[in-house]
Design a protein around this ligand. Structure first.
Ligand SMILES: O=C(O)C1=C[C@@H](OP(=O)(O)O)[C@@H](O)[C@H](O)C1
Ligand SMILES: C=C(OP(=O)(O)O)C(=O)O
Length: 400
């Protein structure tokens, strides 16, 4: 029996947007309930310490959003991150900013952080960029739109991935008094209308919630309540609730958050497109395998450039638990029920990826010997994950 009431961490995606918007708007109110996770802490430091060299560690949002922010903010700075961050591409954003007039140089390898940026006034106001690699480039550009002299129009080419994150950006920008909207299926326009300062409270993180839905799905009995989630959420990952309802976990919204209910229904298989919800891929791959539900998950093309190559990491680690997952075109993961002998004491590697640790920990419900290597990685988005699991009665063995 898993019984817990969990105060989830605040969303890092919302926190980091609110911080950038607040800095651009020179607000009088500070956003409330900011996340205490690493990715938000590095953003706060970058915006308040005024250092010449900014280290954002492993935070993709901080790297991309600050690159645009520093391009329009007086001063000369170098922005860098972990070794993995220096392998995560940023050329599309750098080219777009340069085309607008930004002064950015690569301080290491061409196309990747670290970057040397001299803040300047950007004069151009219309560009085309690819929408099929990372939506964070688009969000980064949109957020500086209101402070550009002539506003900004973006034309996006290719299939647009992670679209709900673009919509989250637009939603927050509009809440803070900007005028930004889709003006065609592939075009977004931002008016040169400055941000206003408003009191703002950050919602809990729906991506973090997914690990508790997973725990509910894998345990025989549960009473789980998650605090701080809203019914009409800004976060695309709130769609996880609907996908979990197909796996027999329904959501009851209360005044404080959500209560999870187990219906006992399970589908014969699960097919889903993750192009809008890439951060939930690990949750559902592990959950379906352990529930013995064959699946085909498409839209995973961004997984290779995240904290680690998540396609490879998932296949490697699930094999240790006895599941043979197949991959297609770097963008599909599927499982037809094929098994192999599980390891006696599976040591799950986390590859500096918080979501590997968080998505595999619930597997301890079925594999009592399971160990998680480098468990501290969870601090990227959910520092209290292990203490919350402990509160819920879990004993996961963590290998430091
Ligand atoms: O804008 C954001 O807050 C995010 C966008 C997504 O990245 P991509 O757009 O690179 O897929 C997501 O994976 C990441 O965790 C957070
Ligand atoms: C991909 C993620 O983060 P980021 O790209 O912001 O580092 C994530 O949190 O899963």
């Amino acid at each position: 029996m898993v019984k817990a009431t969990i105060q989830l961490p605040a969303s890092k995606s919302i926190s980091n947007r609110a911080l950038i918007i607040n800095a651009l708007g020179k607000g009088i109110y500070s956003p409330e309930n900011l996340s205490d996770c690493d990715d938000t802490q590095v953003m706060i430091k970058a915006l308040t310490e005024g250092k010449e060299t900014i280290d954002i560690m492993a935070a993709g949002t901080a790297m991309r959003f600050l690159t645009a922010y520093l391009s329009v903010t007086p001063g000369e700075r170098t922005i860098t991150g972990t070794a993995r961050m220096q392998q995560r591409p940023i050329q599309i954003l750098v080219n777009a900013l340069r085309e607008l007039g930004a002064e950015i140089e690569y301080a290491g390898n061409e196309g990747f952080p670290p970057l040397h940026i001299i803040g300047t006034e950007l004069k151009k106001n219309e560009i085309t960029l690819k929408g099929n690699v990372s939506s964070q480039y688009i969000s980064a550009l949109l957020m500086i739109g209101p402070v550009l002299k002539n506003g900004l129009t973006l034309h996006l080419s290719g299939e647009i991935i992670s679209r709900p994150y673009i919509n989250l950006t637009l939603q927050l920008m509009n809440d803070f008094g900007a005028k930004a909207a889709w003006t065609a299926p592939n075009r977004i326009s931002v008016a040169p209308q400055p941000y206003e300062s408003i009191p703002f409270t950050v919602e809990s993180d729906w991506s973090a919630a997914s690990y508790w839905y997973q725990i509910a799905a894998l345990s025989s009995k549960e009473e789980i309540e998650l605090l701080g989630l809203f019914h009409h959420s800004y976060q695309g990952d709130s769609r996880g609730a609907e996908v979990f309802s197909r796996l027999g976990i329904t959501t009851e919204f209360t005044a404080k958050g959500v209560k999870l209910k187990k219906t006992g229904n399970a589908p014969k298989r699960l097919d889903e497109d993750f192009v809008d919800i890439p951060d939930l891929a690990q949750t559902f791959v592990v959950t379906c395998a352990l529930l013995n539900i064959p699946f085909r998950f498409t839209g995973l093309q961004s997984l290779k450039i995240k904290e680690t190559d998540r396609i490879t990491a998932l296949r490697n680690e699930l094999k240790k638990l006895g599941y043979l997952i197949e991959e297609e075109n770097d963008s599909v993961l599927m499982w037809n029920g094929e098994r192999c002998e599980p390891e006696q004491t599976p040591m799950i590697q986390t590859y500096e990826d918080h979501r590997m640790a968080m998505a595999f920990a619930p597997a301890a419900i079925h594999y009592s010997n399971l160990q998680i290597v480098e468990p501290q990685v969870v601090s990227k988005s959910y520092p209290n994950y292990w203490s919350d699991l402990k509160q819920a009665g879990f004993q996961v063995i963590c290998e430091e």
